[in-house]
Design a protein around this ligand. Structure first.
Ligand code: C5P
Length: 272
């Protein structure tokens, strides 16, 4: 029997780059949340590994061992036929392949292999708000993060992650402000507004489409890029405001990927 699994979009609400290791990898401090849009996967037992890809973003997705979901199953010691429905733009700063791989590890009970598949995979093993540090392997749940009504905007360009890191001038930036104990939604947003995505300026320089996406979100309470881009998010007051804003942006930019989403809140109260 096939097992179905959902691989949600990952959003870096903050992404502080706090250093660089001698092997070139960067030290991060990031608050990560997950949305109610994502890819869908199915895995069925089969004598040999197989992968088929469908959905609006299937073009260019490898269907062999180059795909992280294939490698996830191999690391788990399982052969199966995987069907992957790509609903999320890939190489877009919202998880994509990392979330797909984490979903496969989760259903196969092989979470221990996450770090081997990429820096973003460990945080995608759970869909709750988490703080991600180290190069991505050090993840801890964060309490008190409210569900957020966001608009995700991808202007259709691909920013290679190494390139965004390479363009970053200062590598030893301040970590997130350690007051992770917000009393309410307003306090959370006020705090969030004071944090950063250190890759936003390097990714946007030379990619005016990112600036255009951020500008399109100017009606939001806060607009920022996720990951190394090019997807940007805007935070809105409620689901209606997000849905209205998404409709307006999609009308002006019919070629962009635009979605109103709700993020998963913390299951626990504020982390002291
Ligand atoms: O681990 P992953 O394959 O997702 O990373 C892609 C690239 O992004 C790495 O090869 C590296 O250039 C850069 N990266 C980094 N520091 C991190 C994560 C990724 O420099 N913490």
């Amino acid at each position: 029997m096939a097992i179905e699994v959902f691989a949600p979009a990952k959003i870096n609400l903050t992404l502080h780059v706090t250093g660089q290791r001698t092997d070139g990898y960067h030290l991060l401090d990031s608050l990560v949340v997950f949305a109610d849009v994502g890819d869908r996967l199915e895995i069925a037992p089969a004598p040999r590994m197989g992968l088929d890809v469908s959905g609006p973003f299937s073009v260019g997705v490898p269907t062999d061992e180059r795909n992280l979901v294939w490698r996830a199953a191999v690391l788990a010691g399982v052969a199966g036929q995987i069907s992957l429905e790509k609903n999320l733009p890939h190489g877009a700063g919202i998880g994509g392949g990392s979330s797909d791989a984490a979903a496969i590890l989760r259903v196969l009970g092989a979470e221990a292999h996450a770090s081997a598949l990429g820096a973003d995979v460990p945080v995608c093993l759970l869909d709750i708000p988490q703080r991600m540090r180290g190069i991505g392997e050090d993840v801890t749940p964060v309490g008190g993060v409210p569900a957020l009504d966001l608009v995700l905007v991808n202007p259709g360009i691909h920013v290679p992650t190494p390139e965004a890191f390479k363009r970053l001038r200062t590598k030893d930036n301040a970590p997130m402000e350690d007051r992770l104990n917000w009393l309410d939604h307003a306090a959370f947003l006020a705090w969030l507004g004071e944090q950063r995505n250190d890759l936003q300026t390097p990714a946007a320089s030379g990619n005016p489409a990112i600036l255009a996406a951020l500008k399109a979100l100017k009606g939001a309470k806060l607009a920022r890029m996720s990951g190394s881009g090019s997807t940007c998010f805007g935070v809105y007051a409620d689901a209606q405001a997000a849905s209205d804003a998404a409709a307006g942006i999609a009308k002006k930019q019919p070629r962009w990927w635009v979605r109103a989403v709700k993020t998963v809140s913390s299951q626990t109260g504020p982390t002291s």
